[in-house]
Ligand binder design. Structure first.
Ligand SMILES: NC(=[NH2+])NCCC[C@H](N)C(=O)O
Ligand SMILES: [Mn+2]
Ligand SMILES: [Mn+2]
Length: 300
């Protein structure tokens, strides 16, 4: 990566039901993020954490079936604005979450710079729900749909109305917990999904290379949205919605390392680290290892 990396903490926690995801950015810093980047000779500026008001409740609005819509919208508006600011300086954005709703803000901000943005969504979930389909009302399960222009207008109109990314420029990797409405969404919109079945059958190496080759000719930038629950919870127990049967640490590290080699990425975010659910900061340490891999750390 030739550009300076601009690090931003985006501590939204109220788009999911567990306290503590707002502590994720600092847990990743304490796990040694800066030292690792120093070791790779990556230049960076850490802009600290965005001031997010995490005042909300665990109640669904009966009209919309959404929890904390207003607060999640205003938090994401701030994230989009910050993204635009640091992109204007020429920085390569590295966003530390926060729950996965923050992708609405980051992708909306990136839209000002990439009208043909590619997205790699590494996740146990598809995050393709909306108020109509969500079993939980938690907006962190709706962020990819909102970025694709589907969902409540407050969420789809951050930094301009409508879709910020196209379904054909979107690849999900690691999915193994997909709701009924999300299945329909995938079929109807044609999002490229590599489930655990594909990874088991073909191997992570083939899957990540195919994803890179698929996106490269279509897009003018690629955003990696890495949900730590995408990784098997054996390695990342500190997260609110863990799902067994995910890619191992070493498969994930390999995928990140291959993404580095491809030079395809133009921004990275890592989300859903919850130190209050963790064991001795293990999840933040694994998250930091994966960030190091995506910025070029090698075994030798
Ligand atoms: N970003 C996440 N961890 N999302 C989990 C979503 C879980 C479930 N599909 C829901 O919509 O409620
Ligand atoms: Mn997610
Ligand atoms: Mn997830």
């Amino acid at each position: 990566m030739k550009n300076r990396v601009g690090i931003i903490g985006a501590p939204i926690t109220i788009a999911q039901p567990n306290y503590g995801v707002d502590l994720g950015p600092n847990a990743i810093r304490y796990a040694g993020l800066h030292k690792r980047l120093d070791g790779l000779n990556v230049k960076y500026e850490d802009y600290g954490n965005i001031d997010i008001k995490n005042e909300g409740s665990n109640e669904k609005d009966p009209k919309t079936n959404l929890k904390n819509l207003k607060e999640v919208t205003s938090g994401n508006q701030k994230i989009a604005d910050k993204l635009k600011k640091i992109k204007s300086k020429g920085d390569f954005p590295l966003i530390l979450g926060g729950d996965h709703s923050i992708a609405i803000g980051t992708i909306a901000g990136l839209y000002s710079f990439y009208q043909e943005l590619g997205v790699i969504w590494f996740d146990a979930h598809a995050d393709l729900n909306s108020g109509e389909t969500s079993p939980s009302g938690n907006i962190h399960g709706m962020s990819l749909a909102a970025s694709l222009g589907v969902g409540h207008q407050d969420l789809t109109s951050i930094n301009g109305d409508g879709p910020k990314v196209k379904p054909e420029n979107t690849v999900i990797i690691g999915a193994r917990s997909i709701d009924e409405g999300e299945r329909k969404f995938i079929k109807e919109h044609g999002v490229q999904v590599y489930t655990m079945h594909d990874i088991e059958k073909r191997g992570m190496d083939a899957v990540i290379k195919e994803a890179i080759d698929y996106l490269r000719p279509r897009v003018n930038g690629v955003h990696l949205s890495l949900d730590v629950d995408g990784i098997d919870p054996l390695h990342t127990p500190g997260t609110g919605t863990p799902v067994d049967g995910g890619p191992s640490y070493r498969e994930t590290f390999h995928a990140m390392s291959t993404l580095y080699d491809s030079e395809i990425l133009t921004s990275v975010e890592i989300v859903e680290v919850n130190p209050l659910l963790d064991q001795r900061n293990q999840t933040a340490e694994v998250a930091t290892d994966m960030i190091a891999a995506v910025f070029g750390e090698k075994y030798i």
